[in-house]
Design a protein around this ligand. Structure first.
Ligand code: BGC
Length: 430
């Protein structure tokens, strides 16, 4: 039995962004950027100051990098060798939640427990050595209000994190307190940066012509180097918190998803585009098609990857993923529709993300020409979701027309860690 085609088509239409609408979104994003610079209260972008510009590529020395922002926390010891080179000397990683064992991100978790967990991981990364002095760069991937490179206060949790006692606090103070509870006095947190800033620092350490950094993963966000032309201020990276961009037209499913999320009304773009939410949107649409609106099948973006990449004649992988989660084995026509649905939801996400990139590129160009540049991107959706990069390239060329050859996206894998080490080195220079 095939799906009701009228219903199917109407869902596809809800998730389709045509060329005209795409251009409008890019223009609205640019407009919000301008507002954010001039009168922030009117913009849906937070445009948070990072208190750091671009590195020279000559930064050197061994630093600790704490990468905190998704379900996995990493601590790395990184030796910067200058000339864009570096070596990861040690790396430890642990999930923040293991079902049935512990959970540091749910509403029942407390700040102290979470930061003690981070301090233990740091101890592991330095092999329990409490003598050698280490400067630590902290990639903290949530909206934070900064007054300098050290002081970052968490404004609001995103990505469904809910740990009590962190919102409104200076995160590096919480970290320092935990380090001192554990007797680790030789590790000094000196810098906090957002993961998008880390990606931009990391890419700019290795190559020229990078001014925009983005994460396209569990969460989504972008930063750029604001040149502050016509002003005495030095160039500085601004964390846009573009996941909060709200001048969009959410469809029926976006609205349902938002209403059932930890923070309704927040992170509207992120909830339409990032990996954390794409699987949920997909689950909801399948619920409609199966006539089971209330059912939450729990599909993830990894399931969507598997569904999209199935190139077999009978779409067996699609069938097995869907029957595993939804308890129904779709027939061949339904499998095709399901694959199309997953591709369409991903395509909308990639087009939205691209529209924001282009909004920034236009803003940076001002009245002049678009500058040749690479947009640095890291994250599982960008790196691993089949078709995501191609969808971005197509949308770039649709929006930029003859300027399209000047702009491409480059993967900056592991930028969150390297960027933290670079920030620590930059903090040291004062
Ligand atoms: C956070 C951003 C972060 C992004 C990617 C969003 O939920 O608000 O600060 O950069 O996720 O990790």
């Amino acid at each position: 039995m095939a799906f009701d085609q009228k219903e199917f088509q109407s869902i596809i239409d809800e998730f389709t962004i045509d060329g005209e609408r795409l251009r409008e979104i890019a223009a609205n994003f640019r407009q919000d950027l301008k507002l954010g610079l001039a009168s922030p209260e009117e913009s849906s972008l937070r445009m948070l100051k990072s208190y750091v510009g671009l590195p020279t590529g000559k930064e050197k020395g061994e630093y600790l990098a704490l990468d905190f922002g998704g379900t996995n926390v990493r601590v790395l010891r990184i030796r910067l060798e200058g000339a864009g080179k570096y070596e990861v000397v040690k790396k430890v990683a642990k999930p923040l939640r293991v079902d049935g064992e512990y959970d540091y991100v749910g509403a029942g978790a407390k700040a102290e427990e979470m930061f003690d967990f981070l301090a233990d991981l740091i101890d592991e990364a330095i092999d329990g050595d409490h003598g050698t002095k280490y400067l630590l760069g902290h990639t903290f991937s949530f909206p934070s209000e900064q007054t300098d490179l050290y002081n970052a206060k968490l404004i609001i949790w995103t990505k469904e994190f809910a740990t009590a006692g962190v919102e409104g606090k200076v995160v590096n103070d919480l970290l320092e307190e935990a380090l001192s509870r554990k007797g680790i006095r030789n590790v000094e947190p000196v810098a906090v940066i957002n993961d998008t800033v880390a990606v931009l620092l990391s890419a700019a350490y290795k190559q020229d012509r990078v001014y925009i950094g983005s994460i396209y993963a569990t969460g989504h966000n972008t930063c750029y180097l604001e040149p502050y032309e016509d002003s005495a201020e030095p160039p500085m990276i601004l964390n846009l918190e573009s996941g909060g961009f709200s001048k969009l037209a959410p469809n029926h499913y976006d609205t349902l998803l938002d209403e059932s999320s930890e923070k309704p009304g927040e992170q509207r773009l992120e909830k339409m585009a990032s990996g954390r939410y794409m699987g949920e949107l997909f689950s909801m649409t399948l619920g409609t098609l199966f006539g089971d609106e209330k059912e939450n099948y729990g599909f993830t973006s990894i399931d969507m990857s598997g569904i999209i990449s199935d190139a077999s004649e009978e779409l067996d992988e699609v069938a097995s993923i869907v029957s595993g989660k939804a308890g129904r084995t779709p027939d061949r026509a339904e499998r095709q529709d399901i694959q199309k649905l997953a591709k369409t939801i991903l395509n909308r996400s990639a087009r939205l993300v691209t529209a924001t990139f282009v909004g920034i590129v236009w803003q940076l160009a001002g009245k002049g020409d678009v500058t040749e540049q690479h947009v640095a991107v890291d994250g599982s959706v960008y790196e691993k979701m089949p078709g995501a990069k191609e969808d971005i390239m197509r949308a770039l060329s649709e929006l930029l027309g003859q300027d399209a050859p000047k702009v491409d996206t480059v993967l900056d894998n592991g930028g969150s860690g390297l960027g933290a080490a670079i920030a620590a080195a930059m903090a040291q220079k004062g």
